[in-house]
Design a binder for this molecule. Structure first.
Ligand SMILES: NC(=O)c1ccc[n+]([C@@H]2O[C@H](COP(=O)([O-])OP(=O)(O)OC[C@H]3O[C@@H](n4cnc5c(N)ncnc54)[C@H](OP(=O)(O)O)[C@@H]3O)[C@@H](O)[C@H]2O)c1
Length: 346
């Protein structure tokens, strides 16, 4: 694969910094431009980030000057734009990029539920990328927008996909979500230290609405939603990275069958960010845990444990994934690799 130039929108934020870290040394993609708000434009990247991930800023990006977020300012040899913009800004900016011929791989919620926009997890529904030619036709765009789901939904849907063949119709989930999921300005330290906040604005709706589309089938014209119902309760907890979820599913299967089905979720061969094992199933009583399990396969693997029969009905289990890697930047990078590999770049 020849080197492909990419840009990052919202490069100074929690997800934007993760993009920069993950794209360092990527075998296919080279970061050519970083964009953020007018507050940051014109500054060197290292001076524009006012807090840091625990990993250093990649050497080659430290002195890169932040550009404004307009499509006109993006160098024309950039093919893929990774977006980690706030949803209200993304709604207007991402369409502008797609119209100008860029492939937009977005984390933002703005376009996820549009009928002509793929909501992608390559291991779950890669055939949904076939919406792209329809999107281009309908909107008259040379580029396109593809989205990854909400961070908690990605991990949940990866574990639900293998259960579709076991009669799954009803899912209940309670999350324990890390603070990095809210972005740098999202939740104050005084609100979260020594505390649990039982509300994350809009999160329960996203977790309930996105899985039927994700697990749906493409009929050649549109996605037919899967016939499942998800009920979610979302909590913010004082963990820096790594979302944990307690899940109840109504499948008629033994714990062993569920474990086997999940462990069999296939990786995508030949894509650099595809983990060898999308799901790892653990048997220890006290796993998975954020500090111990969020970085499995560089943060791209979801860990599942405590798979057992529920006393009322079906099976219950605990899952854990890295929210800014598998749940955000790593997910967008994997989507872009799949599009590049399948010939969707213009
Ligand atoms: N955090 C997660 O785990 C996660 C997971 C999945 C999806 N997401 C989604 O990803 C997006 C980014 O989240 P985040 O957590 O990284 O947020 P964040 O830390 O608050 O970062 C926001 C980024 O957007 C830029 N920005 C803000 N206002 C802008 C404007 N008016 N014009 C252009 N750029 C602007 C900021 O630039 P300045 O620094 O210049 O202000 C910054 O780079 C959101 O849509 C979020 O819902 C986040």
């Amino acid at each position: 694969m020849p080197q492909i130039q990419v840009g990052v929108l919202g490069a100074t934020g929690a997800v934007g910094q993760r993009f920069c870290q993950l794209l360092e040394g990527h075998p296919w993609f080279e970061v050519a431009a970083l964009a953020a708000s007018e507050r940051s434009a014109g500054k060197h990247y290292q001076d524009a980030v006012d807090w840091r991930l625990s990993t250093p800023i990649p050497e080659g990006l430290r002195e890169l000057r932040i550009i404004p977020t307009r499509a006109d300012d993006m160098p024309k040899d950039v093919k893929i734009v990774f977006s980690s913009l706030p949803a209200d800004i993304a709604a207007q900016v991402e369409a502008e990029y797609a119209r100008e011929g860029f492939v937009v791989s977005s984390n933002a919620a703005s376009y996820r539920m549009f009928d002509d926009v793929p909501l992608l997890i390559p291991e779950v529904n890669k055939e949904h990328a076939k919406l792209i030619p329809l999107q281009r036709d309908q909107r008259g765009w040379d580029g396109c927008i593809v989205t990854n789901p909400n961070c908690s939904t990605i991990m949940l849907a990866m574990t639900l996909k293998p259960l579709m063949g076991l009669g799954l119709t009803d899912v209940k989930v309670a999350t324990l979500q890390a603070v990095s999921g809210a972005g740098y300005t999202g939740v104050s330290s005084m609100a979260i230290l020594d505390n649990v906040v039982p509300y994350i604005g809009g999160e329960e709706e996203k977790m309930q609405n996105e899985p039927p589309k994700l697990l749906g089938t493409f009929n050649g014209e549109r996605i037919i939603n899967a016939d499942i119902t998800v009920s979610a309760i979302c909590n913010r907890v004082p963990v820096i990275d790594g979302h944990t979820e307690s899940v109840w599913v109504d499948v008629v299967a033994s714990p062993e069958q569920v474990k086997e089905a999940m462990a069999s979720l296939e990786p995508l061969i030949g894509l650099p960010f595809s983990p060898k094992r999308p799901i790892v199933v653990r048997d220890e009583d006290d796993r998975p845990q954020p500090r111990l399990d969020r970085d499995v396969n560089h943060g791209m693997t979801v860990s599942v444990g405590r798979v057992r029969r529920d006393v009322v009905k079906g099976i219950k289990y605990t899952l854990l994934g890295h929210n800014t890697v598998r749940g955000a930047a790593g997910a967008s990078i994997l989507n872009a690799e799949m599009l590049a590999d399948a010939g969707y770049l213009t």
